[in-house]
Design a protein around this ligand. Structure first.
Ligand code: ZN
Length: 132
């Protein structure tokens, strides 16, 4: 991924354009702002930054609004494939205590993969126990 540096980004390709747009807008307001962390948490986008701009100032307010808008947009954009049509039914879902904001197709595919992986691991554990 070609995200602006320096920072650690911990989310998938589907949110790339949202993150790039957010970064470009924030740089426009404050060219010296710093990205602290960008990640997915409980299925939502979290974009943490710091700036030396005054907390009371309108520029700082605008930066907060930009980030809030990005996080809202990510909430209806699939983190994996970027789909954001109402028909793709992007929403925060959960599976075995794991939360993700995927479209219906990506959610079904991912749950299937994770389920088969879990089953394989369980079989392996069982085999090791019984062979012992
Ligand atoms: Zn998707």
């Amino acid at each position: 991924m070609n995200y602006p540096e320096p920072y650690g980004t911990e989310c998938h390709e589907g949110w790339k354009s949202i993150i790039d747009d957010t970064h470009n807008k924030l740089v426009y307001i404050d060219p010296n702002y710093t990205i602290l962390q960008i990640k997915e948490k409980f299925g939502g986008l979290r974009y943490y930054f710091s700036t030396l701009l005054d907390y009371e100032g309108v520029e700082r307010d605008i930066m907060d609004d930009i980030v809030r808008a990005a996080e809202l947009k990510a909430s209806y954009t699939c983190e994996l494939c970027g789909a954001n049509n109402p028909s793709d039914k992007v929403e925060i879902r959960s599976h075995n205590y794991w939360y993700f904001g995927y479209c219906e197709a990506c959610a079904n595919k991912t749950i299937k993969e994770r389920t088969s992986w879990r089953t394989k691991e369980t079989e392996e554990e069982y085999r090791m126990l019984t062979e012992w």
